[in-house]
Ligand binder design. Structure first.
Ligand code: 3PG
Length: 206
């Protein structure tokens, strides 16, 4: 993969409470033209969900999100995650994510955190929580002093606000949970997920 940030314009951030939802939600995203999923490690079934998607939907790029401890990085890699995303960074989290050999997006929200990530050799970063941390104005402001950093802003982004982020030169993709609403998963409304994915896939700025 040339760059994690160039895989899809919108990276679906997904919370799965029921492992039986994992494969259908992954298939629904692929059907809508978004062959990537950040499965968050926020529920007890998350690692099993990653395992199921890796085994049954090989056409999707499955990654683990909300990686907050060094152990989780290792467990996610063992479960079949092909990339890792963390909401923030610590030295041990950075080194454990690097040790997996997988591409990863460390979370940053301040200039010093971006500098810490750059010092560690990471140039592709998550910007979180994007809207609450200053949104497009913040990313524009740090673009000139920190030109080597590229971001996946996530947190508070909507289909309406996403295009302004995607138009920024230091943004590769955005992340969002709006493609997989909890009620759509609970009711098995996979067509709705596919429709939301199709709309998001069309947001790519050429
Ligand atoms: C994340 O985990 O990256 C965010 O919680 C997703 O944010 P959103 O729900 O505002 O899209």
């Amino acid at each position: 993969m040339s760059s994690l940030l160039d895989a899809v314009p919108v990276l679906p951030v997904v919370v799965v409470d029921d492992v039986s939802h994992a494969v259908p939600v992954a298939r629904a995203l692929v059907a809508g033209g978004l062959p990537a999923i950040e499965l968050t490690l926020r529920t007890p079934v998350a690692l099993d969900a990653i395992r199921a998607i890796a085994a049954e939907v090989p056409e999707i790029l499955v990654g683990a999100g909300t990686v907050t401890t060094p152990d989780q990085a290792k467990l996610a890699a063992e479960a079949g995650a092909r990339f890792l995303v963390s909401p923030g960074l610590t030295p041990s989290l950075l080194s454990s994510m690097r040790d997996t050999g997988l591409p990863f997006l460390p979370g940053t929200a301040t200039v010093s955190e971006v500098l810490t990530a750059l010092e560690a050799g990471c140039t592709e970063l998550k910007f979180f929580p994007a809207a609450a941390s200053g949104g497009t104005a913040y990313l524009t402001a740090i673009g000139s002093p920190l030109p080597s950093a590229r971001f996946c802003p996530t947190g508070g982004i909507t289909p309406t606000s996403a295009p302004a982020y995607l138009a920024l030169p230091n943004v590769g993709c955005v992340g969002g949970s709006w493609l997989t609403p909890a009620d759509a998963l609970a009711t098995g409304d996979w067509d709705r997920v596919t429709t939301l994915a199709r709309e998001a896939a069309a947001l790519r700025v050429s």
